[in-house]
Design a protein around this ligand. Structure first.
Ligand code: ADP
Ligand code: MG
Length: 636
């Protein structure tokens, strides 16, 4: 198959005219049957790298992702393009899961999206062996690495899939996290047959990274937002602050709203969409905002405080300027922020005994008896749990994270599951039922008129819509559905909105609950390392921001020329041309011998002030060093 085929699919199904950088290379690599690790920044277009080749070829693609909302979104999009796709996640009943898997074997489905904890269930392993599987795509692949900031134990089980599928099915791992450790880890843990990394530069040439050391962040913000144009995001670290900052801006007549995970889903959706459409100009948010946002014209992302890793900072700030036009990523910094962030370490790492307290409280809350609960799925409302057991929010949340890390349980984000209906009788039997039970006749007709496919699978239905169509109240509709289900005509799963907790292990006795102290310390150390890189970024003022960020991801790059550090350097009053000329001259002189600064200025033969500026810059950037006699040497 040639590249033209893939391009045609791109045009036909998405209406895009050309591939983005690296998309074609990744597609070629997986089509050649190679295990592939694709590294692209957020928004780089990773999804198309498994969608396009799958559409072009025979068979089904298995997509593993922890983000249920995103999974549903992609499945809807694919289905609306008439590409049969289905998702399996923990919010579904055993029956629905079975039907979905059967459909993947017999129903010409092209995509199956699953959350990672599915992989290790026996039903899944049994069925997947019968798929005509063409590709396994692992999205958010950094979740497999204990080095990463978002480790999920269930990802470790993905490699075991290889025991159940043909040898020649390639794995495509995708992520926007590219630290060298994580890259190695992903390929090892997915047991790549051969190492194979494809990466685009993570550089974002149109983003100007700025760190602003300001006393009064509010004043700075107002001043800036009154001056610059366009839409943007302000990230803050607490829900309370979200509201405060939004109110501050509103009071100045700046169009703003706030967003955090504690708001009801419908309200969040509303706030997000009015920001996306431009009705709201500025959204002030915790890091809950961003999953799945797809807005190209974001002119600025401002961090009120730094997040706890460069990974997070890069990802969040990277939401600016996806349209390729000039954009700003601003980090507001005050010296006390560093102290506060270090303090938060304590809360982030509760003592092991506290973690065990939380475990016991959670098991009691969910009424899981000792020795049972393995593979059980529970609805979970964190705030209800916190208030019933009078637990402190942050420590408890982090204790739960630890329990997840240790593989005892897994948490999902809040998901919105619509009601679903599946006819479990044949059309003939249904007809007989309708004749015998006239009072149901018109309701059944309404159902059949409104939805298709209900005889073969669960189909999402909306009680509200049915009520509007029929003129019956919502409650009446609900009663009909419940009755039909009690007559065994349909299966009806009422919709709900919830987060879930999935027990990976049975409930253990407190003393048997093992939280490895080595692990605990190691996780803590890695966290501290990530944190200190972030702090360095905020506090240093002599290294190009963009170079610093890319270096963190193992990428070499030239200075960007547009960050605050480069701008200051530009003010050295040197053109890039002059700078490079002087630099070359200095390099030439120093490669012959070491000299002191004064002599260097004289030998270089350029205006003194300019030469001194370049020397100072080179010292700041560790290109030069002084030897014992204070002579300057070129550092290679
Ligand atoms: P990632 O997973 O890398 O963050 P996505 O796969 O979600 O990125 O894609 C981001 C956006 O870019 C989506 O709206 C997608 O439709 C769009 N996109 C992907 N490939 C192309 C392309 N070749 N041309 C134009 N837009 C594209
Ligand atoms: Mg993605």
């Amino acid at each position: 198959m040639n590249l033209e085929t893939y391009r045609n699919i791109l045009v036909k199904h998405w209406g895009y005219t050309s591939f983005k950088p690296l998309q074609e290379e990744i597609i070629k690599s997986v089509v050649a049957g190679k295990d592939t690790l694709g590294l692209m920044p957020t928004g780089g277009g990773k999804s198309l790298t498994f969608q396009v080749p799958t559409i072009a070829s025979e068979g089904i693609c298995l997509v593993i992702t922890p983000l249920i909302a995103l999974m549903k979104d992609q499945v809807n999009r694919l289905n609306s393009m008439e590409i049969k796709s289905v998702a399996i996640h923990s919010g579904m009943s055993a029956e629905e899961i079975e039907i979905a898997l059967e459909n993947c074997i017999y129903g010409n489905y092209k995509f199956l999206y699953v959350s990672p904890e599915r992989i290790s269930t026996s039903i899944f392993q049994y069925k997947v062996a019968r798929f005509n599987l063409s590709l396994v795509a692992i999205d958010e692949a950094h979740c497999i690495s204990q080095w990463g900031y978002d480790f999920r134990p269930s990802y470790l089980k993905i490699a075991s899939l290889r025991d159940h599928i043909p040898d020649n099915v390639p794995f495509l791992a995708l992520t926007a996290t590219a630290t060298p450790h994580v890259i190695e880890d992903i390929m090892n843990r997915l047991v790549f047959r051969e190492k194979n990394v494809l990466r685009t530069s993570f550089g974002r040439k149109n983003i100007s990274y700025l760190v602003r050391k300001v006393e009064d962040k509010g004043v700075y913000l107002i001043k800036t937002l009154l001056k610059v144009k366009g839409s943007g995001i302000i990230y803050v670290r607490s829900r309370k602050r979200c509201r405060e900052v939004a109110e501050l801006l509103l009071a100045e007549g700046i169009s703003a709203d706030y967003y955090h995970a504690g708001l009801p889903g419908e309200i969040r959706d509303k706030k997000q969409s009015s920001w996306t459409t431009g009705e709201t100009r500025v959204i002030v948010s915790t890091n809950a905002f961003g999953m799945g946002i797809d807005k190209a014209e974001v002119r600025f992302v401002i961090h009120w405080e730094m997040p706890d890793s460069i990974e997070n900072y890069f990802q969040e700030s990277g939401r600016a300027g996806r349209d390729g036009k000039a954009a700003f990523a601003v980090l507001l910094h005050s010296p006390s922020d560093t102290g506060r962030l270090k303090d938060s370490l304590r809360k982030k790492f509760p003592p092991i005994e506290k973690i065990k307290d939380v475990y016991e409280a959670l098991c009691n809350y969910l009424q899981v008896p000792q020795g049972s609960g393995k593979d059980n799925v529970f609805d979970f409302n964190l705030y209800d749990f916190l208030s019933k057991y009078r637990l402190p929010a942050i420590e408890t949340f982090n204790s739960l994270q630890f329990l997840q890390r240790e593989g005892y349980m897994e948490f999902t984000e809040e998901i919105n599951n619509p009601s679903r209906v599946h006819f479990i009788v044949s059309r003939d039997d249904l007809y007989k039922f309708q004749v015998a039970n006239e009072s149901f006749d018109s309701f059944i007709k309404l159902l059949l008129r409104s939805y298709t496919g209900m005889f073969s699978e669960f189909v999402p239905v909306n009680e509200e819509t049915l009520s509007l169509k029929s003129g019956a109240s919502r409650d009446t509709i609900y009663q009909y559905l419940v009755k039909l289900s009690s007559y065994n005509i349909i299966k009806y799963i009422p919709g709900k909105k919830s987060a879930l907790v999935i027990f990976s292990e049975e409930r253990l006795l407190r003393k048997a609950l093992f939280i490895s102290p080595e692990n605990y310390l190691q996780v803590k150390e890695r966290y501290e390392v990530r944190l200190s890189s972030m702090i360095d970024y905020a506090e240093s003022d002599n290294r190009c921001r963009s170079v610093t960020l890319l270096d963190y991801f193992g990428e070499e790059s030239d200075r960007c020329g547009i960050c605050d550090v480069c701008r200051k350097r530009n003010e050295l009053d040197l053109s890039k041309y002059e700078f490079d000329m002087i630099l070359e001259e200095i390099k030439k002189i120093l490669s012959a011998k070491s000299v002191d600064a004064e002599e260097l200025v004289r030998l270089a033969g350029y205006p003194e002030e300019k030469t001194v500026n370049v020397i100072r810059w080179l010292l700041d950037h560790n290109k030069l060093r002084r030897d014992d006699e204070m002579k300057l040497k070129w550092k290679s």
